[in-house]
Design a protein around this ligand. Structure first.
Ligand code: FES
Length: 127
């Protein structure tokens, strides 16, 4: 069996929503000290809905695929739903990740959590 699913390869080779949002409503940056990978997430939020999301990831194939899939899973969704996104849901949507690569999907979950926390802070505890 191949190490990575077709979906992982697709999102790694053709990542969705790569880039930055200049006037983002929430920005989150997280890193994994062990592997050194870094992920930055930008959110545009209107009326409690994630209207746009972009990411920059300096990391492995799984980290790039996880961030790409995570952005697809929360784009257009209510903030309340994005808050509940788990790394397992990201990995499942990618048709699985090897065990030792599960921490890459955790990074995606944490980057979104961090961007939402930033949004919350800037909006005096709106969520
Ligand atoms: Fe650390 Fe992928 S190896 S995020």
């Amino acid at each position: 069996m191949a190490l990575y699913s077709e979906k992982v390869m697709d999102h790694f080779l053709h990542p969705r929503n790569v880039g930055t949002i200049e006037d983002a409503d929430g920005v989150g940056e997280v890193g994994n000290a062990k592997c050194g990978d870094i992920m930055k997430m930008y959110l545009k939020i209107d009326n409690d809905t994630i209207t746009d999301v972009k990411f920059e990831t300096f990391g492995c194939a799984s980290a790039i695929a996880s961030s790409s899939m995570a952005t697809e899973l929360i784009k257009g969704k209510p903030v309340s739903e994005a808050m509940k996104l788990t790394n397992q849901a990201v990995a499942e949507a990618l048709d699985g990740l090897p065990d030792y690569k599960m921490h890459c999907s955790v990074l995606a979950q944490e980057a979104i959590e961090s961007a939402l926390a930033d949004y919350n802070e800037k909006n005096s505890g709106k969520i």
